[in-house]
Design a protein. Structure first.
Length: 295
């Protein structure tokens, strides 16, 4: 037999629904008011009250109310675009070497520097106020700073190895005539040994013959390599040029960070504290705006 709800149960459910609707309306009204008055700090609080309480108010155990906060999930791109205005202005002063490109609504690529061959360095996550760096590019920069402590550059070892290889290949090209003369001499010696060989060839003759064959094979291998050496040298030179450019770009990036933050470690610290520092700056600027409006 099916159970029948009592009037009191129905009333309780109605009250719960009404209360939830009121809560959602209050949240959306507050959100709308913050948007209308460009109170970005309050918008960030409404988007993630738990993080705001922890990093700005230094309060723990402040859960997010998912029942209302997901009401604006489908506006993420538009909110990101809206909030980027003040955030990018702030970043322009705090990280003067970063530049941003909005490649679709609310999505921003980060570029390091305004020089030739600048690197795409990741993306800016506006809603969470953080950088999503390209890990490969970031690791290059970190390694460059570590090597700089020993007065080394990122690609110096590779450039040195390639340059040594080019010297070896050029030596093969330069000594082609000597190889040919040496080859002719070895072939004559091989003929002479072969002419002395009979049915019962001595072990000494066999060893001499084998040694000559190996020397001739080595010269032949060198000759084969020398035929492609000129092109290989050109290819290697292009690689060296690319590696040298990367060294230069990395040196620009290192200088930019040192000039702004003093060290790579302080740069990383600023990245970790970006949310708190930015919202603190909004608190100051929005508080000043309120004071100005009241005057």
């Amino acid at each position: 037999m099916a159970s029948v709800e009592t009037n009191s149960d129905s009333l309780d459910v109605t009250q719960v629904i009404n209360q939830q609707i009121i809560t959602k309306i209050k949240y959306l009204r507050r959100f709308n008011d913050a948007i209308s008055n460009h109170r970005d700090r309050e918008i960030y609080q409404l988007l993630d009250n738990q993080r705001y309480a922890k990093e700005i108010e230094h309060r723990e155990q402040q859960p997010n109310d998912k029942g209302v906060m997901n009401l604006v999930d489908d506006l993420a791109d538009q909110l990101s675009n809206y909030l980027s205005e003040n955030l990018i202005k702030y970043l322009g002063k705090t990280y003067p070497f970063f530049y941003y490109e909005e490649y679709q609504t609310g999505h921003y690529r980060i570029y390091f520097g305004n020089w030739w061959d600048r690197r795409q360095f990741g993306e800016l996550d506006v809603l969470n106020v953080r950088f999503s760096f390209d890990q490969t590019e970031y690791d290059k920069l970190r390694t460059a700073f570590e090597l700089a402590r020993d007065n080394k550059r990122y690609n110096s070892e590779r450039i040195s190895k390639i340059s040594s290889e080019n010297d070896r290949l050029q030596d093969l090209i330069d000594h082609q005539r000597e190889r040919e003369e040496r080859k002719e001499a070895l072939q004559e010696q091989l003929k002479e040994i072969s002419s002395r060989s009979g049915i019962w060839e001595s072990s000494r003759n066999k060893e001499s013959r084998q040694e000559l064959v190996e020397q001739l094979q080595k010269l032949e291998d060198q000759e084969e390599e020398s035929r492609n050496a000129a092109q290989t040298i050109k290819d290697n030179e292009r690689v060296v040029l690319s590696l040298s450019k990367e060294n230069t770009i990395l040196s620009y990036e290192q200088k930019s960070i040192i000039d702004t933050f003093g060290s790579f470690e302080d740069f990383e610290l600023a990245n970790r504290n970006l949310y708190a520092n930015y919202l603190a700056s909004l608190n100051e600027s929005e508080g000043k705006q309120v004071d100005d409006d009241e005057q």
